[in-house]
Design a protein around this ligand. Sequence first.
Ligand code: SF4
Ligand code: SF4
Ligand code: SF4
Ligand code: FES
Length: 950
Amino acid sequence: MSLVSEIDYGTPRSGAEKPALLSIDGFAVTVPEGTSIMRAAMEAGIQVPKLCAYDMVEAFGSCRLCLVEIEGRAGTPASCTTPVAAGMVVTTQSERLKRLRRNVMELYISDHPLDCLTCAANGNCELQDMAGAVGLREVRYGDAGANHLGLDKDQSNPYFSFDPSKCIVCSRCVRACEEVQGTFALTIDGRGFASHVAAGMDEPFLASECVSCGACVQACPTATLMEKSVIEIGQPEHSVVTTCAYCGVGCSFKAEMRGTEVVRMVPYKEGKANRGHSCVKGRFAWGYTQHQDRILKPMLREKITDPWREVSWDEAIGRVASEFRRIQAQHGRGAIGGITSSRCTNEETYLVQKLVRAVFGNNNTDTCARVCHSPTGYGLSKTFGTSAGTQDFDSVEAADVIMVIGANPTDAHPVFASRMKKRLRQGAKLIVVDPRRTDLVRSAHIAAAYHLPLRPGTNVALLNALAHVVVSEGLVNVEFVRQRCEADAFADWAQFVLRPENSPEAVAAFTGVPADAIREAARLYASGGNAAIYYGLGVTEHSQGTTAVMAMANLAMATGNIGRRGVGVNPLRGQNNVQGSCDMGSFPHEFTGYRHVSDDATRRLFEQDWGVRLDPEPGLRIPNMLDAALDGSFLGLYVQGEDIVQSDPDSKHVIAGLAAMECVVVQDLFLNETANYAHVFLPGSTFLEKDGTFTNAERRIARVRKVMPPRAGLADWEITLAIAKAMGLAMHYSHPAEIMDEIARLTPTFAGVSYAKLETLGSIQWPCNDKAPEGTPVMHIGGFVRGKGNFLITEYVPTDEKTGPRFPLLLTTGRILSQYNVGAQTRRTDNVVWHEADLLEIHPHDAEQRGVRNGDWVRLESRSGATSLRARITDRVAPGVVYTTFHHPNTQANVVTTDYSDWATNCPEYKVTAVQVVPSNGPTEWQSDYLDHSRRSRRIARPADAPAAE
Ligand code: SF4
Ligand code: SF4
Ligand code: SF4
Ligand code: FES
């Protein structure tokens, strides 16, 4: 195996279509107009020496190494900043050019430490390469004069170091931070000899606004900005392209390795979701894969108060099978079920739901999407006909107006946020609908045209008011609606939104958003050109989550903002494979491809393929499983890669349900919170240890490739196969590719997907079938999947969760950049330097009323429960609203959230909980008891002569 190398063309691709024909070193070259001479040469295979140019950022023209000669023009222009012209005759090599380049390089090297042999970048350094390329053999100037060789390193960032003594001030890092990441954390400070790269206010990187995305490190042509892992381990020897296992952006990475050790993860420029960019999690936070907390042996125990006992795989799998069969014999076929993982691969998820349906003989399968985007699936399928977002990420480059509702992409979907911010800096207008003043509202070179800071729980009212303005002010795209949508449904909807109670003036009082702002935002969305909606869990995790999704779909159809680039309705999905886990039939009522289990023809298809009879009745959802456990009718659960104790609402109820079961099987990397209530623990594998695919928020199916063997011996898919076999159904797959073949055989939207095609195309967006053999980047072009677009009435029904004298504040929850979901992975990396604990954001006014100071412990209490955490006083939240994250189990923020949920899908109402906040002295009694139980539950009994480990 070798390193996957990518060509650096020096400057970005030109967007022009018109070609230009020119001659470079005697070769005829055709490129689009606007292409730099450097890129044209590179595309023709002619290398022009360069240092300050890099194809992820615009050319700067500072190093003067890339000089060329152009027939008929005086001088030696820089090829990186000079665009091609038709008929141009270019020479890249001549004696004059060689001499000039050598002189330039000589100056650089004269102020550079000559420690190449011991430098971590040795063999992978552009400065070293260029010195060779220009034939520099000696440096005439000694190092006696003024130089930068003694400057100190900045080691403050946990993942990369900054050694200014090696800096050539090419500004690639500065431009990467500005143009690719959009953080503007770096500048070139000072002038002439004193000019240097400065982070923030010329402070350590960690203290600056740097978000550790790594774009500058990737851009640096020297060893100035360098991954610490490379310094420690050495240069990588080979690499494998794979997909990030964190969020739903689904960034492609090259896992660069030495043997079976990861040296670094480098974002892959060919990756169509990320186009060569990354965030701190995918780029750097992979250390959890080797963390000492990993459990590498299967374990059993009789009672959840017993210590764990390490056993063989055979014994563990045998116990799972015998217990599940015993429970079914005693309590009926429906007394057991499974939860699939949105972190595992499509193939693994498919196998778990197959195990439940074909082996358990019921449909008791569910997934964490229940608690995040299940309303997306339902809402979009009822309006457009398909349960997924409409666009690819590239589409944002064509948007003129971007409306972000209930999402904080800067923290939760950082790479997409960077791509969106780039478009905003180019001039697209932004509308933010969010109770918090998120980063997008105002950040470097970005300001929202409108921020509508609505009260949590009033999304539907606000969306109806936006629609009211569209209809009442004649902003409907009549032609689109006439051609593409159900006429009667539109007429009913238009009449509905026109009702006075849906006017901006009527909803202003309880949404908290002034009527004028609603009117102006609606006008901008409807008439500002291509308008795209991006939304997150702030839309779905409500009692009216599905209604809000439908309301957004209505709005997009009414304004004709569907079915082309730059528009659409786009969920920003949370976990890496949450789209895939839904597609793969994880829900209790649907087979793969969202086909109902009661549909006879679909069921027969699966029955014939799997050779079993299948239950036509939908099974239990997660909340129903827990309720049934408390009723004594549901007693066995197989949980693959989810931590429902920490992630699901009303933790006390979840814990009571699990504690009532007789056999809980947890398959995970770590003894997570759910494992505290488990009887069997099966050690899982990381994304580095298995083959498979993930599907991101754009419906993009991308390969996950194994770079090391599973540390516990089996990949997750192999564990599920072993359980199925032990329970009587042998499934024969020798590789996940064969599982995908079965999925394609049984799922019309995946019919054209195969590993061979993924190898060729890199990634594929479903639907992929005979009609779209290479997949579908943008959906509903020319017609909706369901035929005509369907407008649905979206009556606003206030949530039952109300504030009052006892609980006067509204709690809403979310994520931060450095942590991921329940934090099981990121808490086991150096990312903890940015977020050691969950904090409660509270407005200064509310804090003052309660005598709370910044950093004080506060008790956060709802009708479900109470937890204590420290306060952060900020006006990012509106008065009356408090906000926290749920990344840390010792906070257990979900002790506070309630059992209210979406009317259609049971998605919990995480985003609205009536709470009170009062000063406290520290953790609540419940938190202390819980931590105590966790400690006891994690004991592992060792052989008699070894000391017991806590
Ligand atoms: S790591 Fe990212 S945010 Fe930080 S300075 Fe580099 S490019 Fe900017
Ligand atoms: S740190 Fe690297 S990329 Fe930045 S100016 Fe110095 S050499 Fe160039
Ligand atoms: S944006 Fe998401 S997918 Fe991309 S690197 Fe970050 S966590 Fe991974
Ligand atoms: S690469 Fe063109 S001036 Fe530096």
